[in-house]
Design a protein around this ligand. Structure first.
Ligand SMILES: [Zn+2]
Ligand SMILES: [Zn+2]
Length: 287
C-alpha cells in the first residue's frame, strides 16, 4: 500500500452466519473465550444461540452473554440429565426464562435413548418442557438420539391435544424419512459437523431435502468438530463455516445464499435482533 491509499472499514460482502447451538461454558472453550470470539467474528459468525443442559448453568451462561453481545441463550434440562428433574424444576426453568430478555428458547431438551434406562422419565421431562415453551410462546431446542419415532409420536399427540410448539431438531442425524416427520410438524432442522463426516450418507441426504426456509447450521461446540478439523478439540463457533460449506455443496447452492437463508431462519425462529456485530473487513481504498 502506498501513501495515496488508506484503510477503511466497510460492511463486508462476506457471508454472515448464526451458530444456533454452542456450549461456550464447557471446558476447552470457557478458558479461552476472547480468542474463540475473535475467531468467530473473523469467520463471519454474527450471532450465537447458547444451549443449556441444566438450569444450574444459567448464571455462567448469562455471564458469558454479558461479555459478548451477539449471544442469546436457552434454559432447559438435557435428556441425559433427566434424573435431575424434581418437583421444582418446571417453575425454576420458567422463572429463569422470564428473568432475562436474552432467553430465546427452552432447551436443550428431548430424548436420548442411546444406552438409556429411564425412557419413561425422559418422556415426562420432555413433555413438561414442551408445556413451558408453549406457555411462554418461545421455541424449543430439541436433542433427539435413537428416539425419532417415539419423539414424533409424542409431538403429534401434543400438537393435536395442546397445539403446536415451534422449535429446532438440533445436531440432526436422522434419515430423510425421519426428517420429513419433523418437517411435517413444522420444525426447523439444524445440521452440525456430523454432516461433513464421510460415513454420514443419510444425514447428507437429509441436508439436501430440508426446505430453504427451515434449515439451520450449528457447531454444537465443543463437540463434533467438522471436517477438515475432525478430531480436533475443542470445536468452536468459527467452524460453523465448514458445516455450511458442506451443506451448500450438498444442496448445490452458493455459500452466500445459504448464509442469507440460514441467518434469516435463525433470526425468525429465535426472534433474534438483527446481527449485533457486522462483520467488517479492512480494504484498501484509493483516496
Ligand atoms: Zn444435544
Ligand atoms: Zn448441545
Amino acid at each position: 500500500m502506498n501513501s495515496s491509499e488508506t484503510l477503511v472499514t466497510v460492511a463486508a460482502s462476506k457471508p454472515m452466519w448464526v451458530d444456533t447451538h454452542v456450549h461456550l461454558n464447557f471446558d476447552g472453550l470457557q478458558e479461552n473465550l476472547d480468542v474463540i470470539a475473535h475467531n468467530w467474528r473473523q469467520a463471519g459468525v454474527v450471532r450465537l444461540v447458547h444451549s443449556c443442559v441444566e438450569p444450574s448453568e444459567f448464571a455462567a451462561i448469562r455471564a458469558i452473554a454479558d461479555r459478548f453481545p451477539e449471544i442469546s441463550f436457552a434454559v432447559g434440562l438435557h435428556p441425559l440429565d433427566a434424573d435431575k428433574w424434581d418437583a421444582g424444576s418446571a417453575q425454576q426453568i420458567l422463572g429463569l426464562a422470564e428473568s432475562d430478555q436474552r432467553v430465546v428458547a427452552i432447551g436443550e431438551m428431548g430424548l436420548d435413548f442411546f444406552k438409556a434406562e429411564n425412557r419413561d422419565h425422559q418422556v415426562k421431562v420432555f413433555i413438561a418442557q414442551l408445556e413451558i415453551a408453549q406457555r411462554l410462546d418461545i421455541p424449543v431446542i430439541i436433542h433427539c438420539r435413537d428416539a425419532a419415532a417415539e419423539m414424533a409420536e409424542i409431538m403429534r399427540s401434543f400438537w393435536q391435544s395442546q397445539g403446536a410448539v415451534k422449535g429446532v431438531m438440533h445436531c440432526w442425524s436422522g434419515t430423510p424419512e425421519e426428517t420429513q416427520w419433523f418437517l411435517d410438524l413444522g420444525l426447523y432442522v439444524s445440521f452440525s459437523g456430523i454432516v461433513t463426516f464421510k460415513s454420514a450418507v443419510q444425514v447428507q441426504e437429509s441436508a439436501r431435502m430440508v426446505p430453504s426456509d427451515r434449515i439451520l447450521v450449528e457447531t454444537d461446540c465443543p463437540f463434533l468438530s467438522p471436517v477438515p478439523k475432525r478430531g480436533e478439540r475443542p470445536n468452536q463457533p468459527a467452524y460453523v463455516c465448514y458445516v455450511a460449506e458442506q451443506v451448500a455443496q450438498l444442496r448445490q447452492v452458493a455459500l452466500e445464499s445459504l448464509a442469507i437463508e440460514t441467518t434469516a431462519n435463525a433470526c425468525h425462529l429465535f426472534k433474534l435482533p438483527l446481527p449485533a456485530i457486522q462483520p467488517s473487513v479492512q480494504v484498501p481504498q484509493l483516496l
